[in-house]
Design a binder for this molecule. Structure first.
Ligand code: FES
Ligand SMILES: [Fe+2]
Length: 447
């Protein structure tokens, strides 16, 4: 690691410096090493269903237009005019057959080709428009999720997701497919993107303290994951899920209520699934998990997270509903993150129920969500501690569950991949995230 800012406490083997949570040098390295070489989530196919539909997203600090061309193909382009580089599109989403630069009027069609240049016959007589098009970025899809990649690696998205697909398929395929509800919800806060991403890799231990108020205020149902062990509930974590190159790329936690209590199906109103049989492409074993699971949470490296929890309330007196989202921890600067949240539900759910999921989800997560406020207030305090130079002298002790400090069982008869434990009370999930982060940043990993 070349960055001068990156100094480890030599006494600790874990090597996750607190300084990593707020440092310009490390942030710059992350943008170059992590966000310029991995598959980064951009949005849903559903957001660009018709020719001309576009959304503007980011990969690292780059603005990217994701657009469905007149030919029906989805492409992603660097949102910069090829003339002098002006940001081409300021809108966040819309439908357009062309994009015209506000500076000198160069115009591109929705397939990225330059199709018009004012006063071409005078100023650019011998210039061939067909020689120039918007800078195209490689994309790939998993189900209806679109990812982009700035790097030159030939690893496909499918190989990148690797073992995480066993779990993703339970959510995205066994359900018959997921759809988004409404537009993404966004807010900016003063915490580092890694706080969110590593927390959603199943930092179960924080829920006892950080989210105590959610339980006390009555927002969490008795089967909520917020709090201590719930009698009758079983749970697992699947950590160190690897990509095709053997690098850790994700971790998930799942919970299973007793069969006689609430239904599984992530809490999504089981009646909608009971008459359906197992969809193509998922195994019996995966479908069994779908039938029983009530909660999951997880992160795919670097910055995409998932959270669905059955039987939650917004205290409006209306029926309980799952909280269900996927989210992106968008790095903006050291110790500064823009959080994007999409509410997701199975396609088979009627709009009315989907709306209820949206209401309950946004009461928990998003700028005014009760759980969100708990988390972001704490993560800000990590960035604050990390802003000074003493943060170079200590490492984060993310050691829960390590063999050296505990004696945790491994679930041997679980069919899915990863290191699977029958408890969530450890820190293998966050460590999965950090292991990959250290590898990406060129560090030796000692566990
Ligand atoms: S910078 Fe876009 S037309 Fe000149
Ligand atoms: Fe939390």
């Amino acid at each position: 690691m070349e960055s001068e800012n990156f100094m480890l406490n030599a006494d600790l083997d874990l090597g996750i410096p607190l300084k990593a949570m707020n440092d310009q040098g490390i942030f710059n390295e992350e943008i170059e090493r992590i966000f310029s070489n991995n598959w980064i989530f951009l949005g849903f196919v559903d957001e660009v269903l018709n020719p001309g539909d576009f959304v503007v997203r980011r990969i690292g600090l780059n603005s990217v237009i994701v657009v469905r061309g007149e030919d029906g193909r989805i492409r992603a382009f660097f949102n910069a005019c090829r003339h002098m580089g002006t940001e081409l599109c300021e809108a966040e989403y819309g439908r357009a057959s062309t994009f015209t630069c506000p500076y000198h009027g160069w115009t591109y069609n929705n397939m990225g080709r330059l199709v018009g240049v004012p006063v071409k016959d005078i100023a650019y007589k011998r210039f061939k428009l067909s020689d120039v098009s918007l800078y195209e970025i490689k994309i790939d899809t998993y189900e209806n999720l679109i990812f982009g990649n700035l790097g030159s690696s030939t690893q496909s998205l499918s190989d990148y997701l690797g073992e995480t697909k066993w779990y993703l398929d339970i959510f995205f395929k066994a359900s018959g497919g997921m759809k988004i509800v409404g537009k993404p919800i966004k807010f900016i806060a003063d915490f580092d993107w890694k706080s969110g991403a590593s927390n959603f890799a199943e930092d179960r231990l924080h829920t006892i303290t950080t989210h105590r108020s959610v339980v006390e205020l009555g927002y969490a149902s008795p089967i909520s994951r917020f709090g201590y062990v719930t009698p009758g509930l079983s749970e697992i974590t699947a950590c160190y899920l690897n990509d095709s190159l053997g690098r850790p790329v994700g971790a998930f936690g799942m919970r299973f209520p007793p069969e006689e209590s609430i239904p599984g199906f992530f809490g999504f109103y089981g009646d909608h699934f009971r008459e359906h049989s197992k969809p193509e492409g998922v195994s019996e074993e995966q479908y069994k998990v779908f039938q029983r699971v009530s909660h999951w949470v997880g992160t795919i490296f670097p910055n995409l997270s998932f959270f669905t929890a059955a039987d939650q309330t917004d205290k409006s007196g209306k029926p309980n509903s799952p909280v269900s989202l996927i989210r992106l921890w968008q790095p903006i600067g050291p110790g500064k993150t823009e959080v994007w949240t999409w509410v997701v539900v199975p396609r088979v759910l009627p709009d009315e129920i989907a709306k209820r999921v949206y209401e309950v989800t946004t009461s928990h997560f998003g700028p005014s969500g009760v759980a969100e406020m708990d988390d972001t207030a704490i993560w800000r305090r990590i960035s604050k501690s990390a802003s000074g130079n003493l943060a170079r002298r200590i490492s984060q002790l993310i050691i829960g569950g390590l063999d050296s400090v505990s004696d945790l069982p491994v679930l041997r008869d679980w069919r899915g991949p990863g290191l699977v434990r029958p408890t969530q009370f450890h820190e293998d999930g966050p460590r999965t995230f950090w292991k990959r982060w250290l590898m990406e940043m060129g560090y030796e990993v000692k566990w």
